[in-house]
Design a protein around this ligand. Structure first.
Ligand SMILES: [Zn+2]
Length: 306
């Protein structure tokens, strides 16, 4: 079974991307017509399609595929997916639209940033412009008086959308609220360069203001106590920022800052061995996300020196 019901009119789909469990999931909202949240990467599209079959959803019935952002693990597969969903349109942030129509730049930069991980996700295929609905904010009718609301929540990326669904008062934050490491029940920052701390914190305030009950992480799964998680994540981002800034002021290397974060953030201390040995997280969390803070701290320092 790749699917499970997790709320009213809502299913979670384990994409098992790269053969790695509990890494990336999609969601289906059964509104007036089914809506998919996140396509996941290209290479797991066959898993997604078989999960839709498992749920008894006809491919032609799917109205929208909403992607939180175009990074390959979230929206990389949407071009391939759309070839099988004849009536679906893609909801994406306006600034992400170019990359869906012309995915070559995105693919090349993913290869240079992610190395071999990009090949695990697979290359994105282009999407015809007329199948894309670009938004920065907006609402979509789910029927029964319910709606799906898109909110601009930048910081992790310059084009991250979160989606609120009113059936369960839940939010799909994409990467705006961190990675939920389901195995340990903890959240870790998702902050690759160019990470903008102040913008990310403002986005979290925007989500907290909605007073959501649940969060649906793309990495990975549903959590209750949404507001508490969002508040804790703000504190954690500030902690990483303080450690990175202090390190940069002391001329520490990226490696030294990473080790300080692992030593001083109780969440990171508790899962350090797991993350260091994880095929994906060892690269994304321990290299790219720490580097996002390191470069942020360098920018901050360069602005403070007279
Ligand atoms: Zn991302």
């Amino acid at each position: 079974m790749h699917t499970k019901g997790i709320g009213k009119n809502l299913y979670q789909i384990e994409l098992n991307a790269g053969g790695i469990p509990q890494l990336i999931c999609s969601y289906v909202i059964m509104g007036k017509k089914p809506i998919l949240i996140e396509s996941g990467p290209t290479n797991s599209v066959p898993n997604l399609l078989s999960a839709l079959e498992e749920l008894g959803i006809a491919f032609g019935d799917i109205e929208y595929v909403a992607i939180t952002h175009v990074h390959l693990d979230h929206g990389g597969g949407v071009g391939t997916l759309l070839k099988r969903l004849p009536n679906a349109k893609v909801i994406v942030h306006s600034r992400g639209m170019f990359h869906l129509v012309n995915p070559e730049t995105l693919w090349h930069s993913a290869q240079s940033v992610l190395g071999t991980i990009a090949n695990i996700w697979g290359p994105p295929e282009p999407i015809p412009k007329d199948r894309i609905i670009p938004v920065t904010e907006g609402t979509f009718d789910l029927g029964e008086g319910a709606k799906l609301t898109a909110l601009e929540t930048l910081g992790h990326a310059s084009h991250n959308l979160s989606f609120h669904e009113s059936f369960n008062n839940g939010v799909f934050p994409g990467d705006a609220a961190g990675t939920y490491v389901a195995k340990y029940g903890v959240v870790v920052p998702t902050t690759p360069p160019p990470f903008r701390l102040e913008v990310a914190l403002a986005s979290l305030d925007k989500l907290i203001a909605l007073n959501p009950s649940v969060l649906y992480f793309s990495h990975f799964g549903k959590v209750d106590n949404a507001v508490e998680h969002l508040r804790d994540y703000k504190v954690q981002l500030q902690l990483w920022a303080d450690i990175a800034f202090e390190g940069v002021c002391q001329n520490q290397t990226l490696d030294q800052v990473r080790e300080s974060i692992i030593a001083q953030d109780p969440v990171m201390s508790s899962i350090a061995d797991y993350v260091r040995n994880h095929k994906i997280y060892s690269k994304t969390m321990l290299e790219n996300c720490v580097r996002g803070f390191y470069e942020w701290a360098q920018r901050k320092q360069s602005m403070q020196v007279p």
